[in-house]
Design a binder for this molecule. Structure first.
Ligand code: SF4
Length: 361
């Protein structure tokens, strides 16, 4: 993208955002970009740095987002316990080399911390690096990222260490939480590889295996597991390049369109209607606008999830599904296969219900 195009795009994004300050991304919001990759609405809103949580509130559909206060304080207490005495307990869990140094980069300002992180990594000294600060370019914005720790050890390999307070019980943990942690850690791996490249070092020294440290069973005692985040890395790369290429989407929007949070709610609703959404149930855990989009998508087959949408390709509304299943509507050529399947499903359901005495009465 040349300088002129970049400036034009940045002016257009400022216009879309209006008077509010651009909302900065963090590892969680970048990770959330992988949740619903096909949604144009989120791509545009995120590229413009619009505060989606406030937008959802303005249009009357706030969601409950973020961690509860209890989860936050449990998380902080767990992390403080692991990091006490220069990470003594964490070293035990990581089975880290006794000679492994410890460097706390908890400097005052973000830029100081980032500078120190770059210096330590450039020096390639074996250490547990606490409070590192990385950067990543997201749609032309520099985003600061704060991994819990970076372990620079194990034969010159760099490894991201992520501390989470959800429990691993009998070797099993909540799969949604583990996969969210894996995507978040992949964001740090990506940023770390970018940095190594800028330092003229081999990015592959940053391991695609990250260490997740969580409380074990029902205690507060820590345990560590290794996660391979290669799949998450390629999804993230795809999403970030898509976000950087929102020019096409933005060019297609009406001139003067804005999501300025100072507008009246009806005006914001009208503005949202100009950008296509792709609601899926997964949005509920990944996007601040989910309650609004779910409400908007009510009655559509897409709102029932990807499996239903794919199985019923070409049939957009639940009303149409019922009409086709009950034979009140002639299917088009494209719908014939799905209609036959729906009619068979309805027949089976009716047969099954006819065998249940309460359903007959
Ligand atoms: S909640 Fe809405 S804006 Fe967010 S990803 Fe889903 S469809 Fe897109």
């Amino acid at each position: 993208m040349d300088q002129g195009t970049r400036l034009d795009q940045s002016t257009r994004l400022d216009q879309l955002r209006g008077s509010g300050r651009a909302k900065r991304h963090n590892a969680r919001t970048i990770a959330a970009l992988t949740g619903n990759p096909g949604c144009n609405r989120r791509a545009v809103l995120d590229a413009a740095g619009i505060d989606k949580q406030r937008l959802a509130e303005r249009v009357g559909h706030p969601g409950s987002f973020g961690q509860s206060r209890f989860a936050l304080s449990r998380g902080n207490a767990f992390e403080a316990m692991l990091k006490a005495d220069d990470c003594a307990l964490l070293r035990e869990v990581l089975a880290a080399d006794a000679g492994l140094g410890y460097q706390d980069l908890g400097a005052d300002t973000l830029s100081d911390r980032h500078e120190q992180t770059v210096k330590v990594l450039a020096d390639a000294r074996s250490a547990l690096i606490d409070h590192p600060l990385l950067t990543l370019d997201v749609a032309g914005q520099t985003v600061y990222l704060e991994p819990d720790l970076i372990a620079y050890a194990h034969h010159g390999r760099l490894q991201v260490v992520e501390i989470k307070s959800f429990a691993i019980v009998d070797g099993q943990a909540d799969s949604a939480k583990v996969s969210a942690a894996a995507v978040q850690a992949a964001v740090y791996v990506l940023a770390l590889r970018d940095l190594m490249e800028r330092l003229g070092q081999d990015p592959s020294t940053v391991s695609h295996e990250v260490v997740l440290v969580c409380p074990a069973d029902f205690s507060f005692h820590p345990t560590a597991v290794v996660l391979d985040v290669r799949k998450q890395l390629s999804t993230l790369r795809r999403q970030l390049s898509r976000l950087a290429a929102v020019t096409g989407l933005i060019d297609a929007l009406p001139a003067g369109l804005t999501f300025d949070l100072a507008l009246e709610p009806e005006e914001l609703v009208a503005a949202l209607a100009h950008v296509e959404a792709r609601y899926a149930p997964e949005c509920l855990s990944a996007c601040e606008l989910s309650v609004y989009c779910r409400n908007e998508a009510a009655g559509s087959t897409a709102a029932l999830g990807r499996t239903v949408r794919e199985a019923l390709g070409g049939i957009d509304s639940v009303g149409e599904v019922l009409d086709l299943a009950e034979g009140r509507r002639e299917p088009t050529e494209d719908q014939a296969e799905a209609a036959a399947m729906l009619q068979a499903a309805l027949r089976l359901r009716s047969e099954a219900l006819s065998l249940v005495p309460e359903a007959r009465s």
